[in-house]
Design a protein around this ligand. Structure first.
Ligand code: G3I
Length: 446
C-alpha cells in the first residue's frame, strides 16, 4: 500500500477494489462439455497449439474437450519447412497430449493452398513432380501417425466463393482430380482415418457449398474414398446461416459424415452483455443444428479462449470469438454449448460490482467514493459494506446514507438511486478522517 501522507490530490493514486454480487450459483455439479458430448456420441473439440499445452490452457483443453485439432502444427510449412527436413515436435506433443487425455485428434491439413513451405510454393514443378510431392507428403505425414488420428482434413479450401475451383498450386498443376488423388493416397496411408474435405463459407446452402456437394456426390459415385465434409464455421455475430441444418442434412444424405471443424463467432470489439448474449444464441444454433442430424459428428472450436484466437490479428477491431474470455473464464457461449449438448446449467446472469476509491486526501481527512456498476444484472436497492482497518471514520456522506459502528461501515441507497439497471451505475461519496495510513478496504454489496 502506498503511503498517503502527501496532502496532495490523490486522483492519480486511486485504488479500487471490487467484489461480485449475485455471483452465479455454484457450478460444481455441471458436467464438462466432453462428458455431455460423450453422452450424445458427439465430438466437442478445440484447436490447440502444442507450445501452450501447460497450466490453465492444458487443464481446460483436457477437461472440456474430447477431441483436439492442431491449429498449425501439422501444416506442411510447419512439418517440412526445408525440403526433406522434418519437424514433428509440436505435432507429436499434441498427439501425445490427446492420447494421455483420451481425446481424438483431427489431423489438419494435408493439401492446401496456404501455409506451404516456400520451397514448395515457389518451386517450378512438372505435374509428375507435383503429384509425387503431394502423394509422398500424405504418405509421410499420415504414416507417422498411422492408426492414432481419428480424422484428417485431407483437402482444405478447394473452392472459390462462386463455386469454381480455387486456382491453387494443386489445381493449376494437376487439375480437378488432385482431390480424388489426394483422398486415394490418404486412404492408403492410414486406412483407419476418416477422410474429409474441409472449407469455409460452406455452412449454409450457397454456390460454394453446392459446388462441394456436387464434388462429394461425384466422388461417391466414382468410388473415391471420402468419409466426411468439414464446415469450418468461422462465423460473424448474428449471422448463422438459416440453412445450416438443411445443408448439413443434404451432405449427410449423400452418405458422408459432417463435422463443424473450426467454429468461432466474431464480433466488433468491445464485447458487451448484449453481444455476448447474441453470441451464445449463435453458438447454440450451430450446436443444435449438428445435434439434430445424426451424421453430424460434432463441433470443434477454433481455439477455446479469446486470448488464443486468430481473429483479432486477421480482422482488426474484431474478436471475442470463442467460448472463454481472455482470462479463461467461461462466457455465455460456453453455457450455450453445454445446454445444446444436453447440459442443464443455468448460465450466470452477470454481476454488479462495487469499486471504492480515494479521490482526494489531506493531512487529516479524505474524500472517497464508491461506484456500483451492473453488467448482465441489475439492482432495485443496494447496501455497500466495508471494514476500515486503520481507524478511519466516516464523517459525512452524499447520495447514500452511511452509518459506522466501530470499524464497520454500511451505506444504503438514497430514495432516488436504489435502481442500478443492467449496463448502468450509481456513485456515492463521503468524507472521512484518517491518521497514520489510509488503506483501501474491500467493499461487498449486500
Ligand atoms: O509462429 C510464428 C511466430 O514465430 C512469428 O513470430 C509470427 C509472426 O507473424 O508468426 C507465427 O506464425 C503464425 C501462426 O499462425 C502461429 O501463430 C503465422 O504468421 C500465421 O499466419 C498463422 O496463422 C494461422 C493461419 O491459419 C494461417 O493461414 C492461424 O494461427 C490459424 O488459426 C489459421 O487457421 C486457419 C485454418 O488452418 C484453415 N481455415 C481457416 C483458419 C483461419 O484462418
Amino acid at each position: 500500500m502506498r503511503s498517503l501522507r502527501t496532502g496532495l490530490s490523490l486522483a492519480s493514486l486511486v485504488t479500487g477494489l471490487a467484489l461480485l454480487l449475485g455471483a452465479p450459483p455454484a457450478q460444481a455439479a455441471d458436467l464438462p462439455l466432453r462428458d455431455l458430448a460423450d453422452a450424445k456420441n458427439k465430438v466437442i473439440g478445440t484447436a490447440v497449439a502444442g507450445s501452450k499445452l501447460t497450466g490453465t490452457y492444458a487443464e481446460i483443453a483436457a477437461r472440456e474437450f474430447n477431441a483436439v485439432t492442431p491449429e498449425n502444427a501439422m501444416k506442411w510449412g510447419s512439418v517440412e519447412p526445408t525440403r526433406g527436413t522434418y519437424n514433428w515436435a509440436e505435432a507429436d506433443r499434441i498427439v501425445d497430449f490427446a492420447e494421455a487425455n483420451g481425446q481424438q485428434v483431427r489431423g489438419h491439413t494435408l493439401v492446401w493452398h496456404s501455409q506451404n513451405p516456400s520451397w514448395l510454393a515457389n518451386g517450378a514443378w512438372t505435374a509428375a513432380e507435383l503429384r509425387q510431392l503431394m502423394n509422398s507428403h500424405i504418405a509421410t505425414t499420415m504414416g507417422r501417425y498411422q492408426g492414432r488420428l481419428a480424422t484428417w482434413d485431407v483437402v482444405n479450401e478447394a473452392f472459390n466463393e462462386d463455386g469454381t475451383y480455387r486456382q491453387s498450386l494443386w489445381y493449376n498443376g494437376l487439375g480437378t482430380d488432385y482431390i480424388a488423388e489426394a483422398l486415394t493416397a490418404a486412404r492408403a496411408a492410414d486406412p483407419s482415418a476418416k477422410l474429409y474435405i474441409n472449407d469455409y463459407n460452406v455452412e449454409g446452402v450457397n454456390a460454394k457449398s453446392t459446388a462441394m456437394y456436387n464434388l462429394v456426390r461425384s466422388l461417391k459415385e466414382r468410388g473415391v474414398p471420402i468419409d466426411g465434409v468439414g464446415l469450418q464455421a468461422h462465423l460473424i455475430l448474428g449471422q448463422v446461416p438459416a440453412t445450416l441444418q438443411q445443408n448439413i442434412q443434404r451432405f449427410a444424405d449423400l452418405g458422408v459424415d459432417v463435422a463443424i471443424t473450426e467454429l468461432d463467432i466474431r464480433m466488433t470489439l468491445p464485447a458487451d452483455s448484449a453481444k455476448l448474449a447474441q453470441q451464445a444464441a449463435d453458438y447454440r444454433q450451430v450446436l443444435n443444428a449438428c445435434v439434430a442430424v445424426p451424421r453430424c459428428v460434432g463441433a470443434t472450436v477454433w481455439g477455446f479462449g479469446d486470448a488464443d484466437s486468430w481473429v483479432p490479428s486477421t480482422f482488426p477491431g474484431q474478436g471475442a470469438a470463442t467460448p472463454y474470455d481472455e482470462g479463461y473464464a467461461p462466457k455465455p457461449a460456453y453455457h450455450a454449448i453445454a445446454e445444446a449438448l444436453g447440459g442443464t446449467t443455468t448460465p450466470p446472469t452477470g454481476a454488479c460490482t462495487a469499486t471504492y476509491s480515494v479521490v482526494n486526501q489531506w493531512n487529516s481527512g479524505f474524500t472517497g467514493q464508491v461506484r456500483i456498476a451492473c453488467d448482465g444484472a441489475s439492482l432495485s436497492s443496494w447496501k455497500a459494506n466495508w471494514t476500515y482497518g486503520a481507524g478511519q471514520q466516516v464523517t459525512q456522506a452524499w447520495n447514500a446514507t452511511c452509518t459506522q459502528s466501530g470499524t464497520a461501515v454500511s451505506c444504503s441507497n438514497a430514495s432516488y438511486n436504489g435502481t442500478v439497471p443492467d449496463g448502468g451505475s450509481v456513485t456515492f461519496g463521503f468524507n472521512a478522517s484518517w491518521t497514520g495510513s489510509n488503506p483501501v478496504p474491500t467493499v461487498t454489496l449486500g
